[in-house]
Design a protein around this ligand. Structure first.
Ligand code: FAD
Length: 484
């Protein structure tokens, strides 16, 4: 009798190296059927930028599998029924998969494992996405952490960085299986194709190249420069990590190795590790407090008197608020599918506090337009900015978009790149064009209200309005102000 194959169900682990599910499948010595199932009904529907990324990453994974003698079977439909169909076709007795930890996906996986077990098929799940499985990093009383710093300390004390694995040298597979055509899935935007400015290389090789470039270049000044949007100091690994094209362990190990070899200081490497720690903290919070997907972690913040202002929301989305740093960020997002972290904070704060528009509107826009859109990280960060999250920014922190621009884009390189219509303004006026004298505007060829908008809200009035509302909902009467 022929040996039964096993199935490796790829999801957000689109790599061959350091892939626990694939490694365990290979250890069985049975033929492997690699499959990806596009399930439009599982979890929150993917945003447009994520769909773009997925198409490219699946294609890269298929090529990598072909180089090993296999290929990626593509199916579209309900996860369970497609797996059952594949099991019927191949006689597979085990499904190997790396688990997803978002609450809906977690439950969905459990249902699938249960149903397959009833069919006599074993389902084996692994953690390929996070340094530590959510639920394993708890405080001394066995409770989930709500504050980042002690969480990180325990996380780093708990994590065991597994040895680097290259994956199987050859993959014996099952031939003759039907597979859908990636082109038919319509993941790439058509009319219009807004992805033309996307300068990314999705896939495992692209992830490895991004990590190597960062370790060779950005890491040594990471702590100092990572807040400056015009300096190439951060890794740009976020979409690769989201899609599991590289494991967090590998990123950490490479950064620490570089520090060990004197290519960066240990402090720089540990700052980078701590940022990956924020990714873990986000996943951990969502796991323990699943309601934060669309409700405030601190329930009192759900009483915020949000404004319904579709015109202002659209101006924010399109980068036409009149505040150059905010607009530059929103245009970078639309054009490239990514925005620098510092500018994400300023742009999010502007929506929530200056415009007093519900953070969920901003979260939804980021979800649709970010190539690294990640439920846990997006929700956690939006709530951090809103002040409603666990270990959030204090409610009275209202980023001043002008001062932030002057501090973090001091020579205006970032703003000039994304807002060419004001590029000729001298540095002094660049972050607040409406304060420039008429002749300065004229000499720079700027007609405010025509080429570039006047501010859609006045900063100081907006700040006071938001502070009043936030003080009321948070039950705080102390008068703080934060003018950074
Ligand atoms: P680096 O500075 O090189 O950091 C390394 C890695 O650490 C990142 O790739 C990322 O995986 C992780 N990381 C860094 N900062 C954070 C953070 N604050 N929270 C969680 N993980 C972090 N990140 C996402 O991956 N997906 C999102 O949907 C997302 N939405 C965000 C929304 C808002 C409002 C804000 C303020 C931040 C958001 N972030 C999100 C976090 C952060 O902006 C990005 O992870 C970071 O900009 C990615 O760039 P990088 O890979 O160069 O980061």
């Amino acid at each position: 009798m022929a040996i039964k194959p096993v199935i490796v169900w790829f999801r957000r682990d689109l790599r061959l190296q350091d892939n626990p599910a694939l490694n365990h499948a290979a250890e069985t010595g049975q033929p492997i059927v690699p499959v990806f199932i596009l399930d439009d009904h599982a979890g929150r529907p993917m945003g447009g930028a994520s769909r773009w990324w997925l198409a490219k990453s699946l294609s890269a994974l298929d090529q990598a599998l072909q180089a090993k003698g296999a290929r990626l079977i593509l199916r579209r439909g309900h996860g369970l029924s497609e797996l059952q169909r594949l099991i019927d076709q191949t006689g597979a007795d085990t499904v190997f998969m790396n688990r997803l930890f978002e609450p809906d996906a977690f439950e969905h996986d459990a249902e699938i494992a249960h149903a397959l077990k009833a069919d006599g098929v074993t389902c084996r799940g692994f953690n390929g996405a996070l340094m530590c499985t959510p639920g394993t990093v708890l405080n001394g009383s066995g409770q989930p952490y709500k504050v980042f710093t002690p969480f990180l300390k325990t996380l780093l004390a708990t994590v065991e960085v597994p040895p680097h694995t290259l994956g199987p040298r050859r993959i014996e597979t099952v031939s003759g299986l039907d597979s859908e055509d990636l082109e038919d899935w319509g993941l790439h935007p058509q009319t219009p194709d807004w992805s033309r400015g996307f300068d990314w290389t999705p896939g495992e090789d692209g992830a490895a190249a991004a990590l190597s470039a960062f370790v060779a270049d950005g890491l040594k000044t990471y702590a100092r420069d990572r807040d400056f949007p015009n300096r190439p100091a951060s890794s740009r690994l976020s979409p690769h990590l989201h899609w599991g094209e590289i494991s967090p362990w590998r990123a950490i190990e490479r950064a620490r190795r570089a520090a060990g070899e004197g290519k960066a200081s240990p402090a720089e490497a540990e700052k980078f590790v701590a940022e990956i720690g924020w990714r873990e903290f986000s996943a951990h919070l969502l796991h323990h407090f699943p309601y934060i997907v669309d409700r405030a972690f601190r329930p009192e913040y759900d009483a915020m008197p949000w404004r319904d202002d579709p015109v202002a929301l659209e101006a924010w989305r399109r980068g036409r608020t009149g505040y150059p740093l905010v607009d530059a960020g929103m245009r970078q997002l639309w054009t490239t599918g990514w925005m620098h972290n510092r500018v994400r904070m300023v742009a999010a704060s502007f929506l929530i506090k200056h415009l007093m528009i519900d953070w969920r509107e901003g979260e939804a826009w980021f979800w649709d337009t970010l190539v690294d859109a990640d439920l846990a990280s997006n929700v956690q960060n939006w709530q951090w900015v809103a002040g409603s999250g666990a270990d959030a920014s204090p409610y009275f922190r209202i980023f001043n978009p002008i001062a932030q621009g002057q501090k973090f884009d001091p020579d205006g390189g970032y703003v000039r790149r994304w807002i060419p219509e004001i590029a000729h303004l001298p540095d002094r006026w660049l972050q607040a064009p409406w304060t420039a004298p008429a002749e300065v505007l004229r000499d720079a060829g700027v007609r405010l209200g025509h080429d570039y908008p006047r501010p859609i809200v006045e900063h100081e009035n907006a700040r006071v309005r938001a502070l009043d509302a936030l003080k009321t909902v948070s039950g705080r009467s102390d008068d703080h102000s934060d003018r950074d």
